[in-house]
Design a protein around this ligand. Structure first.
Ligand SMILES: Cc1ncc(COP(=O)(O)O)c(C=O)c1O
Length: 448
């Protein structure tokens, strides 16, 4: 059976996500491909909505969602808690340098929109030299110390496009277990064989490379769930010794670390030894784009070989104007970076003293309650105290290792962070912190 989905049907699909509604038609009978009479094509629900019968394979997928993801006390998926109210401390945004409302960035976007003259809405393959995109790419390349950069529609598009265009079925790919999902998706898109090395374990990586030969090594510089750094010098050294291509995702360190925020690879003096750096510009750059730092040769190759670059439209000029203004704010943002790192150090130290186990070395600080039930309790108790973090659970983490991520930013005052610490201190018994697996691991390590 072939399904063609129209806009009306999409609305109906959204309805399907609401348990109890999607399973019943107007006359309160269960509707499914199995039970619908053959001559019934759809059930009329309202003037412009129709409920189609669902084939069994799709029904099963929805059921998994209903049974595993949905049954939370508030009737919403686990990552969706309450809406923060007045005075809430919200530690959810990746706008680490607190620039998203910067007047220079807003006015650059507004004036570009106001002066726009029938902008072309199309794929970047049709752009000429000297376009806004081209000029922004040149300034980003100079900033990073790479010869070239390529602006992509998102960090996801950058990673998937990069992997699809450099790997194929005969390219071994070595990937750290905690590396971002977009790089895993890139491997899938390339159809490449992959070998997973244990998190931050360069010796394990080296063993795998010796076994399977030259290929591509994938790591994040700063891991987005745990907030720890990759041992970049060791990993790049292995890449060079075994003739591998290195790809470092700097989404969470671009803007926040290194000289003028140019990243960890730059901070470590490794720029000339790395093949590719990728990044999302939806973190410290607070935009909606991605970037690849690369060689001149690759910059000519990618736009005509990577599917996300060819078959998906490019950024609009006002978005690029905003990013150009953001680059300037970030380059001049040493004070913001200093404040961010002070804030992060303050919260990390405080949580550690309270007995919480966190492996963070950065502005991403996660608590690990473990099971989803423990996570739900922690989220609800924190929210009752007006503290909002981000819930990470499967598929973003392994099942039973769900995390509460606090993303800090430079606009936070230490009094606010002290309040978070006071709350975390007060709720330890209530949320069962002493019994979390992560706490027990920490205590065991401390007694060894
Ligand atoms: C490490 C990492 N890489 C890539 C991405 C994807 O970036 P974007 O949101 O711009 O698609 C993210 C976003 O969550 C990320 O954390």
């Amino acid at each position: 059976m072939q399904i063609v989905i129209s806009i009306n049907q999409c609305i109906t699909l959204i309805d399907f996500l609401q348990p109890n509604i999607y399973k019943r038609g107007l006359n309160n009978q269960r509707i499914s491909a199995m039970s619908a009479p053959k001559d019934v094509q759809f059930v009329h629900r309202s003037q412009d909505r129709y409920l189609l019968p669902i084939p069994g394979f799709l029904e099963k997928r929805f059921q998994v969602f209903d049974e595993i993801i949905m049954p939370r006390k508030n009737g919403k998926p686990l990552p969706v808690g309450n809406i923060p109210g007045y005075g809430a401390i919200v530690l959810q945004s990746n706008d680490y340098l607190n620039v998203s409302m910067h007047p220079d960035i807003l006015s650059a976007q507004i004036s570009k929109l106001e002066s726009a003259n029938h902008e072309m809405v199309m794929s970047a393959v049709f752009l000429h030299e000297g376009s806004d995109k081209d000029l922004f790419e040149a300034s980003m390349a100079e900033y990073s110390g790479f010869v070239k950069s390529i602006l992509c529609q998102s960090g996801w598009a950058a990673n998937v496009g990069l992997m699809q265009s450099i790997a194929n079925q005969s390219t071994p790919v070595y990937i750290d277990f905690f590396t971002h999902m977009s790089l895993w998706e890139g491997i899938k898109s390339a159809g490449a064989p992959f070998y997973v090395f244990m998190h931050n374990d360069s010796a394990h990586l080296e063993k795998l490379v010796k076994l399977h030969g030259e290929g591509i090594i994938l790591v994040d510089s700063l891991y987005s769930t745990t907030g720890d750094f990759a041992p970049l010098a060791e990993i790049i050294d292995i890449a060079i010794r075994y003739n591998c291509v290195s790809v470092v995702d700097e989404s969470h360190s671009l803007g926040t670390h290194g000289p003028k925020g140019s990243g960890l690879i730059a901070a470590l003096g490794l720029t000339d030894r790395v093949h590719f750096i990728t990044g999302s510009l939806a973190k410290a750059f607070a935009g909606r784009a991605g970037i690849i730092f690369c060689s001149k040769r690759f910059s000519q190759y990618f736009p005509f070989t990577a599917y996300p670059a060819i078959f998906s439209s490019t950024l609009l000029p006002y978005e690029i104007a905003g990013l150009s203004a953001t680059l300037k704010v970030i380059q001049e943002g040493d004070d913001r970076r200093k404040k961010l790192h002070e804030n992060a150090e303050f919260l990390r130290r405080g949580l550690d003293q309270l007995g919480y186990a966190t492996v963070s070395q950065s502005q991403i600080i996660s608590l690990e309650p473990g099971s989803e039930a423990e996570m739900e309790l922690l989220r609800d108790v924190l929210e009752e105290h007006n503290v909002f973090g981000s819930v990470f659970c499967a598929p973003a983490t392994p099942k039973n290792r769900s995390l509460m991520r606090f993303s800090l930013h430079s606009g936070l005052e230490q009094s606010e962070l002290q309040y978070v610490l006071d709350v975390c201190e007060a709720i330890r018994d209530e949320v069962g912190m002493w019994n979390w697996k992560s706490t027990k691991r920490k205590n065991k390590l401390n007694t060894v």
